[in-house]
Design a protein around this ligand. Structure first.
Ligand SMILES: [Fe+2]
Length: 317
C-alpha cells in the first residue's frame, strides 16, 4: 500500500469535499453496519442507508479510516468512496451505499467515520479484521431472530460474548420478501446498530445465509422475491458463498432452496461450486469436504468425498 500517495489523495479529496458540501437537514444516515464480500482479514464492507426527500438526489458517501483513532476527518490516513450505490425504488428516498475498505491490516482494529455530502460526519466507529495467523476465534451463530423484545435481549447476550463475527442462518427480520414490511428491517437494523457491538465497542460484522422468511413464497424464488435481504445485506453475487475466517476455518454459506435449487446448480456439494473449494478445516459432517487436488477432479464431489474417507452424509444441510 502506498500510504504517502493515498494520504495526499485523501487530503485533496477531503478539502474539495468539505468545501463543496452543503449540509441540508433533509438528508440523514439511517443505518451503518458491516458485512464482508471479500477476505475478512483484509477487507470489510460498510453499508450505509441514507434517507432523502423522495425525488432528491442521494448524498455521496465516503469513509475515512485508520488504524489509530483520529478526531477530524482530515486526520485519517485513508479514504474510500461508495463502491455500490443502490437506490431502493420501492422505498422512495432510501439509498443503500456500500463502501469497500480493502488492504486492511489483519487482526487489527480499524477506526472510521462516514462522511455524507448532505449531512454531518458520523461519530467514530471501529471494528477488527480477522487474523491471518492461527488464533482462537470467537463467533456467534444465530437465526430465526425477529424484532421483538426477546430478540433484543438475545442480541445483548450475544454481543456480550465479544464475538469477532456473527453467523446468521436466515429468517432475520421476517419481512417475507414483502416491501410493505420493510419497516421490520429498519427495526432489525436498529437493533443491530445499537446492540451488536462488543464490550470494547467494535462493530460485529455479519455473515448471513438466506432463509425462507427472506423470500416471497419461501422457496424457489427469484432475486426479486428477496430484494430486501439481497440489497440490505450485500455479501456475494450468489446466495451461496464461502468465507475464510482465519487460516484454519473455512465457512461455506449455503442456500437451502430459497433462491438456488438443491438440484443441478449449486448450492451444496455440486461439482460446479463445491468442487472448486479447498476446505482444510474440520467442517461438520453435514457439509461436504472437497478438494480440487483430488486425483479425479471430474468425479462428482460426493463420490470424491466418500472415496477420500471423509463423510458427506447429505448434499445439503
Ligand atoms: Fe426459520
Amino acid at each position: 500500500m502506498n500510504l504517502t500517495r493515498r494520504h495526499v489523495l485523501l487530503m485533496m479529496w477531503i478539502g474539495a469535499f468539505l468545501n463543496l458540501a452543503p449540509m441540508p437537514a433533509e438528508a440523514a444516515v439511517r443505518h451503518i453496519y458491516l458485512t464482508w464480500s471479500g477476505d475478512p482479514a483484509s477487507s470489510v464492507r460498510i453499508n450505509v442507508h441514507t434517507m432523502t426527500t423522495p425525488g432528491q438526489l442521494a448524498p455521496q458517501i465516503h469513509v475515512v479510516y485508520d488504524t489509530v483513532r483520529a478526531g477530524a476527518p482530515g486526520q485519517y490516513r485513508w479514504a474510500s468512496t461508495s463502491t455500490h450505490i443502490d437506490p431502493i425504488e420501492a422505498l422512495p428516498g432510501r439509498t443503500v451505499h456500500s463502501v469497500l475498505l480493502d488492504q486492511l491490516q489483519p487482526g487489527t482494529r480499524h477506526y472510521y467515520r462516514v462522511l455524507s455530502s448532505q449531512d454531518a460526519a458520523s461519530t467514530v466507529y471501529h471494528f477488527r479484521t480477522m487474523p491471518d495467523e492461527p488464533s482462537p476465534l470467537r463467533f456467534i451463530v444465530n437465526g430465526d431472530m425477529g424484532i421483538d423484545e426477546h430478540a433484543r435481549q438475545l442480541q445483548s447476550v450475544a454481543a456480550a460474548q465479544d464475538p469477532q463475527v456473527a453467523l446468521l442462518g436466515g429468517d432475520l427480520a421476517y419481512s417475507n420478501g414483502n416491501w410493505d414490511h420493510a419497516d421490520r428491517w429498519d427495526r432489525w437494523l436498529d437493533h443491530w446498530d445499537s446492540l451488536m457491538v462488543t464490550s470494547t465497542g467494535d462493530q460485529i460484522p455479519i455473515v448471513s445465509a438466506i432463509g425462507n422468511h427472506e423470500v416471497r413464497g419461501g422457496y424457489a424464488g427469484t432475486e426479486q422475491d428477496a430484494g430486501l435481504y439481497l440489497r440490505y445485506l450485500p455479501q456475494s453475487s450468489k446466495t451461496f458463498y464461502d468465507r475464510q475466517l482465519g487460516p484454519h476455518v473455512a465457512l461455506l454459506v449455503l442456500d437451502s432452496g430459497h433462491l438456488a435449487s438443491h438440484d443441478g446448480e449449486p448450492p451444496g456439494c455440486s461439482r460446479h461450486w463445491c468442487g472448486t473449494k479447498t476446505v482444510t478445516s474440520a467442517l461438520p459432517s453435514t457439509t461436504c469436504r472437497c478438494s480440487p487436488d483430488s486425483a479425479s477432479p471430474a468425479q462428482p464431489c460426493h463420490e470424491r468425498v466418500a472415496a477420500s474417507g471423509n463423510r458427506c452424509s447429505r448434499n445439503l444441510p
